[in-house]
Design a protein around this ligand. Structure first.
Ligand SMILES: Nc1ncnc2c1ncn2[C@@H]1O[C@H](COP(=O)(O)OP(=O)(O)OP(=O)(O)O)[C@@H](O)[C@H]1O
Ligand SMILES: [Mg+2]
Length: 576
């Protein structure tokens, strides 16, 4: 990834910030000079005029320094904030492009940390960098030149101090980097824990697992604390070390400088200025070490952001042969499809699957839990890509459609369906942004949702809380079906989408489908045999393979697995 992309649009701020800081540095170097001149010349000669003039210069310098300081901070902040906002946007957009397989790789918590904490870390670093990277060396060089000019002999003390400080800094930074990386990882873990526990807080409560969750959080919190202490320990250690070295240097300078003053070969004003410069040099070294420290932290963050930005999207439509093609009819064909979630594992989840569905047919899929039904239908809108074989829609490989047109044509109600916060109408409009009230009502009627929506005080304007927690499971399922219907998909896939709906309502939905979605292909995954019994075709799956395809009657007379499912579910009822 190219970081320059986030600098270029704001290059003015990136240039002006440090330039302003140079003004401040110049002021910092000039001030002691004016001061020493007052002592050396003004006081010595008892010249009030000279003193007033020099004081005037000092005020002017101070004002310039302030302007420089404010400008530097202003431009630096503008650069950093804009840099971070653009970067955050890009990371977010990249995550949005992730395929299901890409998402499987990261925990939500880790993605959130990268989007928030890591980007902020970089923002702070850019801000600091712009203020310091010219200032610290600038101050160092300026003060060094001034100090050498004042008294080259005395400046020799620095020849000892600076290398020692440099070595100490290097060692500290080398120690710091891995610790900051470790701290970030712990932060990730903590965020993942929070994320998982809070999104599933209802499950936690219903299983009375609060204490366990508290303990889990406590462990993650403790880990982060330990890691932070280890990382901060380096910083804690650094500051007093540097202080000690600074103080020792000051003592040495005072000792040697004092002797020079007594010997009469150094004016007291120069001695004073010299001491200030020494402090400045050491201060600038300190600033640089802070900068390095922060850069090691920023480097850890930048790696984590780069990992996201450079994550190879394992699903793209770049090489699609017919980008403008839309799904027109709704035929589906699987040819020897094989798939596994873990590419290096032996276990195939789908094993040499072949079948054909004609446009407009209703197809049921049935089979024991975990046998691969969801995985099978995920191949149609390309939520995952097949490993071997091919999936065709209207006779065209799904990889040859643009993802947009393919998914526009294929409406899928996911097994783990969720709604978003907003009104019911907002949620339904996910299917079609421009749907009119009538169209919405029509879709809702087909999904048997219109009745209960109207029963809510606010009707279609009823607010749904996050995830749709204020509607019942069956209501949520019906809203999700209506949302998919509004897309007017050529192929509609319902993945166990009526499991929480009572059988009578489910039968009404089936009837509505038959009458109103005549031309669309309907693929219905279900656990209940009554949900699929009337389908044109039923696919019976077992352990990633198809064990039978046919109508209800055909399967009932010829397919053992189907007979078993049928009898286990229906026998009691028939007797009753
Ligand atoms: N995202 C995933 N990553 C890894 N393995 C997965 C993933 N999703 C499903 N699996 C595995 O693939 C197999 C098939 O899962 P699938 O969800 O297709 O079953 P299913 O027939 O839909 O089951 P159910 O009736 O319970 O919904 C299971 O063994 C499951 O553990
Ligand atoms: Mg499933």
């Amino acid at each position: 990834m190219k970081w320059s992309k986030y600098v270029k649009p704001y290059w003015r701020y990136f240039v002006l910030g440090p330039l302003c800081m140079i003004v401040e540095v110049l002021g910092e170097v000039l001030m002691p000079l004016w001061y020493s001149r007052i002592l050396n010349i003004g006081v010595e000669r008892h010249d009030p005029g000279f003193i007033i003039l020099t004081c005037g210069l000092m005020v002017l310098t101070a004002l310039l320094m302030m302007a420089g300081g404010v400008g530097g901070a202003w431009f630096g902040s503008k650069a950093a904030v804009n840099f971070a906002a653009d970067l955050r946007q890009d990371v977010y957009e990249k995550i949005q492009q992730f395929s299901f397989a890409n998402i499987d790789k990261y925990s939500t918590g880790s993605l959130v940390t990268r989007l928030t904490n890591d980007v902020t870390q970089l923002m702070n670093f850019v801000n600091m960098l712009l203020r310091m990277f010219l200032r610290a060396p600038g101050m160092m060089i300026g003060a060094l030149i001034a100090a050498i000019a004042l008294n080259p002999a005395l400046a020799r003390v620095l020849a000892v101090t600076i290398p020692v400080l440099a070595i100490v800094e290097f060692l500290i930074i080398r120690m710091g980097f891995p610790r900051f990386t470790a701290m970030q990882e712990k932060m990730d873990k903590l965020n993942s824990t929070i994320q998982e526990s809070l999104t599933n807080i209802r499950v936690v409560k219903s299983f009375v697992r609060e204490e366990r969750e508290d303990r889990k959080f406590g462990r993650a919190n403790q880990d982060l604390k330990d890691a932070a202490m280890r990382a901060l320990g380096v910083v804690i250690f650094m500051m007093p070390m540097m202080m000690l070295l600074m103080n020792l240097t000051s003592v040495a300078v005072t000792w040697f400088g004092g002797n020079h003053v007594i010997a009469g070969d150094m004016p007291i004003g120069d001695f004073n200025a010299f001491l200030t410069y020494i402090t400045q040099i050491l201060m600038s070294l300190m600033m640089m070490s802070m900068l390095f420290m922060n850069s090691s932290r920023a480097l850890a963050s930048s790696r984590r952001i780069r990992e996201i930005m450079e994550e190879k999207l394992d699903l793209s439509d770049e090489n699609a042969a017919h980008k403008d093609l839309r799904v027109a009819r709704g035929d589906v064909e699987f040819r020897h499809v094989t798939f596994r979630y873990y590419k290096n594992s032996e276990n195939t989840v789908l094993n040499d699957i072949s079948f054909t569905i004609h446009a407009g047919e209703t197809v049921g899929i049935i089979g024991s839990t975990g046998c691969g039904k969801t995985t099978l239908v995920s191949m149609i809108p390309r939520l995952y890509d097949v490993d071997q074989g091919e999936v065709l829609v209207d006779g065209v490989n799904v990889k040859d459609y643009s993802l947009y047109h393919l998914r526009e044509g294929v409406g899928m109600v996911l097994q783990k369906n969720v709604l978003f916060s907003g009104t019911i109408a907002d949620n339904l409009r996910w299917g079609d942004e421009n749907a009119t009230t009538d169209e919405m009502a029509e879709a809702a009627r087909s999904a048997q949702a219109d009745g209960f929506i109207r029963a809510f005080g606010q009707g279609y304007e009823t607010e749904l809380e996050q995830g749709g927690v204020n509607v019942s499971g069956g209501q949520r399922q019906r809203l999700c079906i209506a949302r998919a219907l509004l897309k007017h998909p050529r192929i509609l896939i319902l993945d166990d989408s009526t499991s929480a709906v009572d059988t009578a309502t489910e039968a009404s939905i089936r009837r509505a489908f038959r009458n109103e979605l005549k031309d669309s292909t309907k693929i219905i995954i279900a656990q209940r045999i009554t949900s699929v019994m009337e389908a044109d075709k039923i696919i019976v799956m077992d352990d990633g393979a198809i064990t039978g395809i046919g109508s209800h009657d055909e399967l009932l007379s010829g397919n053992k697995a189907y007979q078993e499912i049928y009898h286990s579910q229906m026998d009691g009822k028939e007797a009753a």
